[in-house]
Design a protein. Structure first.
Length: 100
C-alpha cells in the first residue's frame, strides 16, 4: 500500500515483540507492542505507515501572523447569539409527500 515503508516480521528469543519500520529516507522507528490486542497493533501499524519516520522537533518560536483574523480578535465580552435549527429527516427513495 505504501512503497516508502518496508515492513518485515522477525522472531527473536527473549525479546518483547516490536514493530520496526524502515523508511526510504533512511529513518527508522520502533514501537513496543507487548500486551496489545489486534486492534492496538493495527493502529500502531497504521501510525507507522502514515508517518514520515523523522523525529519530532519541538518548535520553540511561537507562530505569529502579520494578517489579522477575518473574524476579528476574540474577547470574552462578545455576546453569543442563539441560532434555531429545524431538522427534517428524509429517507433515500422517499420524498416529503410519500407516506408508508
Amino acid at each position: 500500500l505504501n512503497p516508502e515503508v518496508q515492513v518485515a516480521t522477525e522472531i527473536k528469543r527473549n525479546h518483547h515483540p516490536i514493530l520496526k519500520a524502515e523508511y526510504v529516507a533512511g529513518f527508522d522507528k520502533h514501537i513496543d507492542i507487548k500486551n496489545l490486542d489486534l486492534d492496538g497493533i493495527q493502529k500502531n501499524v497504521a501510525r507507522l505507515r502514515n508517518s514520515s519516520g523523522r523525529k519530532m522537533k519541538r518548535l520553540d518560536i511561537p507562530v505569529t501572523s502579520e494578517t489579522p483574523s477575518i473574524q476579528g480578535v476574540w474577547q470574552p465580552t462578545v455576546p453569543f447569539q442563539s441560532v434555531e435549527v429545524e431538522l427534517e429527516h428524509v429517507y433515500a427513495g422517499q420524498g416529503k409527500d410519500q407516506s408508508t
